[in-house]
Every structure is written in C-alpha cells, then in structure tokens.
Design a protein around this ligand. Structure first.
Ligand code: ADE
Length: 920
C-alpha cells in the first residue's frame, strides 16, 4: 500500500539472512529518443538492518544501479558483465519493524544522471547484494527546452548538450505575418531552461501584435510600417474597407502628395484667395489679397499670378507676364502680395491670383482664381519706343530713342535707369536728360547692363521703355585687387594656423589636468546621458554568445565573440540584464559601464561597448581567459593537491606551472594590479572593493582591475557585510577608517591592496582564515596584522605591513608601490623568502592546546596525526618544518600550506610583540 493506502506493485527482495546474494532485476529496452543525457529517478523503501536480529554479517543497506547501451532489444538474454555501473544507491531513510507496524512508509527518492548515451537505447539493471528492498517506481526521462514563443519567434523543442557548461544556440522562426528585425535567438541551458533571448521579429505591415501573435488590422485601421506598433485609425478623409491594410485610401476629392506620410490626413486643393485689391502709383502696382478660407488641410500654400491684357472684347485677351516684372516673382509666392513693375501707362491688365498647395496638381477640378482688372491709363505721359546704341567704350555708352508721338502734355525730361544685370534687384542708377539721347559713363568693363527710359510730363511718369541689354567691352580681371585679396587670405590662414597650433599645444600641456578626471555618473541628472557619453553602442548582430560562464547579480555572464568591421574578431565577456527589470536596476547595471568606459589602461578591464537599444541589455568587456584571480590561484594549488581532478582547459590556461608560480611571476601580477590602481587613483576614482575576487586574469597572466560601481558593487559582493552604521563593507579587505566612519579614499584602497598582496602570496588563502568579522576588526584595532604567507619574501611582507598602517597618510601611494615592485623585479635577490623561524621557546596566548589551534584553522581532522607523532604542545608544533607536517600524514598541499602558514603566524605574532610592543 502507498501512503494513501492504495495498493501498489513493487519489486521486492529481502534475502537478508543468506550470505553472498547477487540478485538482478532488468528493465525492458528503453528507446533513447532524442536524449543525450538521461535521468533515472528511483523510488524505493529499504529495511534498516539493525532492526532485524541475527543478520549483521549478511544484511546490506544498499543496491547497485547499472546500464547497458544497445541499438536494439535483446529479448530475455541478460549478461551482467556487459553492464556498466552507474552508482551504489543507499537510502536516506530506512524503515524498522516498528514502522511496519505503524504502517509508516519511508519512501526514498534518488535521481542519477546517465550519459552521454550514443546507441539507440539502453537497459537499466538493479543488483541486490543482500538488502531488504522494495523498488516502487523507476522514472526515466531527459530534459529539453520546450517549444516556446518569444519576441514573436517560435523556438522548437531542443535537447541540451551533455556538457552542462555549454549552451545550444537556437534560431527562432518568425510567427505568421511577422518578419525578422535582429535574428531571434535563444540559448538552451543544461537544465532545459531557455536563456539569453537575443534579436526579435516584428509584425509586418497591416498586422499588429496581440498576445504574442500578429493579428490583421481591422477595417478603418491601418499599419504602414513593420514594427512593434499598433494599428492606427485611418487619418481624416481616408478609409480602409478590408483587413490588414497597410495604408488608408483617400476619400473622393482628397489626395495624398507624393511625399505625404501614410499617417497624414488626406488633403485637397485650397479655395481661391480672397479680398484681392490693387494699389497703383506712377511706377508700381501692388496687388494684395487675403489667404483662402480653406487651405485644404495643408500648410504648403503658395500663389501664382497670371496677367492678361484684354481688348474691348473680354475674350480677346493675351498673356502678359513676360512684359511685366513681378517682385518677388509671378509664381510660387508665399506671401499674399506681389509688386508689378514695368507696366504700360495706357493699358488694361487683368490679374488672376491662384492659390495652390501640394495636391493642387492631383485634382482634376477646374482651378478657382481671384481676378482683378487694373487700368493704368491715368492720363499720364506716354511711353518711349525702343532704345538704340549709338556708340560704346569699355566704360560708357551712348543711347538714343524716338520721342513719343502723341503727348497730351509737354515732356519735361527723360529718366534713364540702368543697372548691372547680375545685380538687378540690388541697386540701380538713374540719370536725366532733356534730349532723347544720353551718354552713360562710369560703367565697368566687360559687364552686362540693362537700360530703360521713361518720360516725365506734368501728369507724372510714363511706364518704362522695353529693356535694352548691353555688355561693355574690355578685360574683366583686376590683378592688383585680386593679389591684394590673395595676400589677405594667406595672411589670415597663416595667422589662424599659428593660433590653432598654440591652442593645441596649450591643450596638450594642460590636457592631463583637464581630461583625465573621473566623472561620477550619478552627477548626471539623466544617467542615460552618462551612458551615451562614456560608452559605445554595439549592434547586437556583431555579438555571438557562446557559453554561460557565471551568474551576476543582474543576469547571466556569458563568453562569446565580438565582430568589428575591419578588425579581427575578439573574445569578449558579456554581462546581461535579465528581463523584467525595473528602471533602477537598468540604471545600476549600466552605471558600471559608464564608469569603465572612462578608463583606458592595460591593467583595467576594457569596456568594448553596451547594447541598450535592444533586449537583452548587455555590457561587453574584453574576455579574461583565466577568470578571477582568487579562484585562479586556488585552482593552481588544486592541480597538485588533486592529481585526479579534471580541470577544464578554459579555467586554467597556464599549463606549464606546477601549482606554484615563480615569485617573479607573482610580483609581476601584483605590479600590474598596482599600476591599474595608480591609474584609478590618478583619475580620482576610489574602488572600495579591491580584492583578488575582483581582479581578472588573462591568458598571459596579466591582471586587470574590474567590478566598478561603488555602492552597487558592495551590494553585489558576497563578502560585504553590514557594519553597525548600516553600510555594507567587505570587512577583511577594508581599512579601519572606512569600516568605522566610511572614510574611503585611495589610501583605503592601498590597505585593500595590501590584503590582495597577501591573497596572492598565499595562493588565494582567505585573509584571517576562519576568524569572524568581529574578531578581525578587534584584532586589527589591537595592532594585529596578517603574517607573511609561507615562502613570502620579507620585502613583500614589509610592503603589506606598510599598506596596513593605521594612520592612512603613512600608507604608500600607488605610485610608490609600483616603483617599489619594479625595483624588486629588477633585483630578484631581494625576493628571497623569509629566514627560518627561530627555535626558541614561546608561549601562545591565543591557543591553549594543539587541538584548539587545529580547530581554529579548520584542520581538526589531523588532531590524531599530531598526537600520534608526539606533537602535543604548541611549542613542539612551532618547531615543525614542512617535511615534519608531511611526515605525520598531511598529504594535501593546501592543508600543508595552511598548517605551515599558521605555524608561521604564531612565530610572527610573537616577533611582532617583541619588536613593536604589540599585544596579541
Ligand atoms: N567573468 C566576469 N567577467 C569576465 C571576463 N571579462 N572574462 C572572463 N570571465 C569573466
């Protein structure tokens, strides 16, 4: 019966009394289907051997799970030797006679992974070796990323890779009536979860997105562009009858000009101008009107003027625009006025003013115009005939004309008007003459002139004679003035250039002051402005995500490649911002990029750019093959500790070292970090979270400072703890004044740098080991400082102690640290390890016994080794060498290192006490 008292079928065996049991149960053949890795979930109960009397030698509490891959079923044939063991299965809970009596079912569930499976199927087999078991169920399954719709693309069922750290990249297919914007992609993770959506599809024209699919626009609506926009109601004076309209058609009498967008209302030609009037004086006729009452719904209103000269019969009219001059012109007027010049004094002119707009040409309706007739016959003088040239020189001309035949009043004189043809509207000159001829002098050689003449009587002026055009003779060049101009231009250019050079030199000399100061993105009112200013936007199609390498506070961290046109593809790390974020999270996420984007130094992680215009939002930085410094150093020790351990080639690119780097290599790494920190402090940037975990290492062992973002970084750092004042601070790495009253500065970064030195020289050991944060604060306050790690050169430990001075102004500046390390590198004999420990008797106030001491460094498992070898006092322990530690049976290098380092601590505490008067 199961826990609900329902009968169940089980496979049971309980030969606990008989020795040498070897009982097998085999499954049917199971088809692999699409699986590469298979999970087997077993539910079983197991009897507690202690609860069965007299079976102590024969009763077992485990059974074995096996599998065997084949391409087809083998029927009843069964050869245990062909089977591979998956695991020995033990129960978490076993039942006793009493449980049976109480009907308590102690059901165990165990899951095991099998794979990769390469054949078409497999068998499972269970081997019993003398247990009392009931196998209740066996569930065999594999994981897949299930069919899903994301960003209007569908992604098929996908089976993950067997290698759980790499992802399967899947391209999505756009849903019906959608089209690709950026190639839609998802990555299938090992647990069957879809990760990192990239790219998207958008609904095509005439379709809008509703609940993840593209639905046709209804009649009366339209969508003119593909994209994530909704269908819109047809603009005024337009309609759509069918579904899925890309554009709405115009109602009758309404039109869309060629350049009108589909979103604009349909429009029609304007009504005619209103209130047309004229104003005539001797020389000019001004026509004025009011704009039309209906502009047709457009703003591109203009006017054309047409002139007709009609005889006594109104339908005997001739066009006369060419005879007259219109200012500013006869066509395309934008103001409701025009000046007419050069009209005859005795004529009737009819002017038609037409309003037009961008759709006037499309309408077949007859055009409507405003009309006015103007009679210029005001009893004034009559016109002179055409002009004739009598002679000319390069600077003058003699002209003559016929006297008007019939003049009612005597002619007073003639006015001759002339101007340079090129400057018609700018200026003109005039001269008067009583005779019907004139000599005009002072003209420019080789220049076109226009002349005309009018008569003056007591009634006023006639209109002008037809124009006479003439080009004066002669050479147009004027060398002297041209040379003068050239001289002026050359002088100005030389002067300007000199000024530019002086300005550039000034900026270069003073530039470091002005251009290298770090700008806090929080000082921007709009933080996205800082992102624009300090980062480059990357088109996501240039990024190829390859695998997930970690999980950040905001989303997955992936590795991949970045293509840049004209450059070599590079490896990058990509931090993603998970969907569903709020604006504050996006801002905090991009804040780090705005900071990083301001730095340019070989020991600071380089920002390649950001993706903010599409989802997911990403920060792309250079890829650092060896990951973070702390784990890199720890793994390097692990290589020796654990010869059977498999270390992926990605996590350890330095293969030639044997778990130890040379001191020069370690100092080289420290020098790089110090150089990066010098750059940051020169820029006025305080890191606040300098620690080996925040340093990244590339394949050339170059260390680069990373993790920027001040307060946010501390939120994110698992080492950061809340202080009594409420701030979150990584206690072990932080200077006392920063812990006590948040006085963060480059000097507090120097303290942290000392801790990083210690982490590096101890191959990733935890600073202050397992001491609590509270104890760390107290012991620092009392003057305690970390001792030199095993094998650490004295000079380096002294530099650490220098960084850990209580008085922050006494700590070295990063520039001092860089030059000190440079000296050490140039003079490697200064890097010899610490001298052997003195062999004098000591007492250790912190620890009473060897057992307590081993407990404190979490090495309790070696208590019996120490006791058995006779090391039962701290004094005797203090004299142990690394060989002694190995001889008593401490085999793991990491443990040897920890024990020896702690033995040295004990020495140094005492040395410290003697030398400086400190009390431990
Ligand atoms: N993890 C976080 N950032 C990284 C980077 N830039 N390279 C490699 N691993 C990382």
């Amino acid at each position: 019966m199961d826990e609900h008292n329902r009968p169940i079928h089980t496979f049971q065996v309980c030969n606990v009394m008989e020795p040498n049991q070897n009982n097998w149960l085999r499954s049917n053949w199971i088809s692999r289907q699409a699986a590469q890795k298979v999970y087997v979930e077993l539910r079983f109960t197991l009897r507690d051997c202690n609860s069965i009397p007299w079976v102590s030698g024969t009763c077992k509490e485990t059974f074995n799970l096996f599998y065997h891959e084949t391409d087809e079923a083998h029927g009843v044939k069964f050869r245990p030797a062909q089977y591979t063991k998956i695991d020995t299965i033990a129960a978490d809970e076993s039942f006793t006679q009493m449980d049976l009596g109480d009907r308590i079912l102690k059901l165990n569930t165990e899951v095991r992974e099998v794979g990769p499976i390469n054949r078409k199927g497999f068998y499972l087999a269970f081997q019993d070796i003398g247990a009392c078991i009931a196998l209740v169920s066996v569930r065999v399954y594999y994981k897949k990323c299930p069919f899903t719709l994301r960003n209007l693309a569908s992604f098929p069922d996908t089976v993950p890779r067997v290698d759980s750290s790499s992802l399967v990249e899947v391209r999505g297919a756009c849903v019906d009536h959608a089209e690709e914007r950026d190639t839609p992609k998802l990555f299938c993770g090992a647990d069957g979860d879809w990760l990192v959506p990239l790219g998207r599809c958008v609904c095509s024209v005439g379709y809008e997105e509703i609940d993840g699919s593209c639905v046709a626009c209804r009649p009366g609506f339209y969508k003119a562009y593909a994209g994530n926009i909704k269908c819109s109601k047809c603009p005024p004076h337009s309609f759509s009858y069918g579904d899925a309209s890309a554009i709405c058609r115009c109602e009758k009498g309404f039109f869309r000009a060629e350049k009108d967008p589909p979103t604009m209302a349909c429009t029609r030609p304007p009504s005619p101008p209103r209130n047309l009037i004229f104003n005539l004086n001797d020389t000019c006729l001004l026509l004025e009107w009011s704009p039309p009452s209906d502009t047709g719904g457009r703003r591109d209103l203009t006017y054309n003027v047409q002139c007709k000269r009609c005889g006594p019969e109104p339908d005997h009219c001739q066009l006369c625009e060419d005879e007259l001059r219109f200012l500013p012109g006869p066509l395309g007027l934008t103001n409701a006025t025009v000046t007419v010049l050069d009209f005859s004094a005795h004529a009737n002119y009819t002017f038609e003013i037409e309003s037009l707009n961008g759709v006037s040409d499309m309408s077949s309706f007859p055009r409507q115009v405003a009309i006015i007739t103007v009679s210029t016959d005001q009893g004034g003088p009559s016109l002179v005939g055409t002009l004739k040239k009598d002679w000319a020189s390069p600077n003058s001309i003699a002209l003559s004309w016929q006297q008007p035949e019939q003049t009612t009043l005597p002619i007073i004189d003639y006015e001759v008007k002339y101007y340079e043809k090129e400057h018609e509207l700018l200026s003109y000159s005039s001269t008067r003459t009583k005779a019907p001829s004139v000599i005009v002098s002072g003209l420019k050689p080789a220049t076109w002139y226009v002349f005309s003449v009018r008569t003056r009587t007591a009634a006023g002026y006639s209109s002008y004679s037809p124009k006479y055009e003439y080009e004066t003779t002669g050479d147009s060049s004027n060398m002297a003035s041209d040379q003068g101009q050239v001289l002026v231009i050359v002088t100005a250019a030389v002067g300007g250039f000199t000024l530019l050079v002086i300005l550039t030199l000034f900026l270069l000399i003073t530039g470091s002051e002005y251009f290298t100061t770090y700008v806090d993105p929080d000082t921007y009112e709009d933080p996205t402005q800082a992102v624009h200013e300090f980062t480059k936007e990357i088109d996501p199609s240039r990024i190829r995500i390859e695998r997930v390498i970690g999980a950040g506070e905001f989303g997955e961290v992936c590795s991949g490649r970045l293509r840049t046109p004209g450059k070599k593809e590079i490896a990058v790390a990509i931090k993603t911002l998970k969907g569903g974020y709020v604006e504050r999270q996006r801002r905090d996420f991009l804040r780090e990029a705005s900071i990083m984007g301001q730095f340019d130094h070989p020991n600071i992680i380089r920002l390649e750019g950001v993706v903010t215009k599409s989802r997911p939002v990403m920060i792309v930085v250079e890829y650092m093959e060896n990951g973070s410094l702390d784990s890199f150093l720890r793994v390097s020790v692990g290589v020796l500790q654990n010869s059977g351990m498999i270390i992926s080639s990605d996590s350890l690119k330095i293969s030639q070292h044997d778990g130890h780097f040379t001191v020069i290599q370690l100092v080289g790494m420290l020098r790089g970090i110090a150089s990066g920190m010098k750059y940051l402090s020169d820029m006025g940037y305080v890191h606040r979270d300098l620690a080996a975990r925040n340093i990244l290492v590339n394949s050339n062992l170059v260390c680069k400072v990373s993790d920027f973002g001040l307060s946010r970084v501390l939120e994110d750092d698992p080492e950061a703890a809340y202080t009594t004042t409420g701030g979150k601070i990584p206690i072990r790495w932080t200077a006392p004044e920063a812990i006590s009253y948040r006085k963060f500065s480059s000097a507090s970064d120097a303290w942290s740098y000392g801790i990083v030195m210690w982490e590096v020289m101890s191959y990733g050991e935890r600073p202050y080991w397992e001491m609590s944060n509270q104890d760390v604060i107290l012991s620092i306050e009392e003057g305690y400082r970390l001792p030199a790690p095993m094998g650490c050169p004295v000079a380096l430990h002294q530099l650490m102690l220098h960084c850990w001075q209580k008085e922050r102004n006494h700590r070295p500046k990063f520039t001092d640290i860089v030059s000190f390390l440079d000296k050490l590198i140039r003079n490697p004999s200064s890097l010899l390890p610490l001298p052997e420990s003195p062999g004098e008797e000591m007492d250790y106030p912190m620890f009473i016994s060897v057992g307590d001491w081993l407990d404190s460094i979490k090495m309790s498992q070696y208590k019996s080794n120490f006791m058995a070898a006779g090391y039962n006092t701290l004094d005797s322990v203090a004299r142990m060498s690394i060989e002694d530690v190995r001889r008593i049976g401490v085999e793991l290098i990491g443990h040897q290192r920890r024990i020896i380092s702690s033995i040295q601590t004990l020495h140094l505490q005492l040395l410290h006490e003697h030398e400086k008067g400190f009390h431990v």
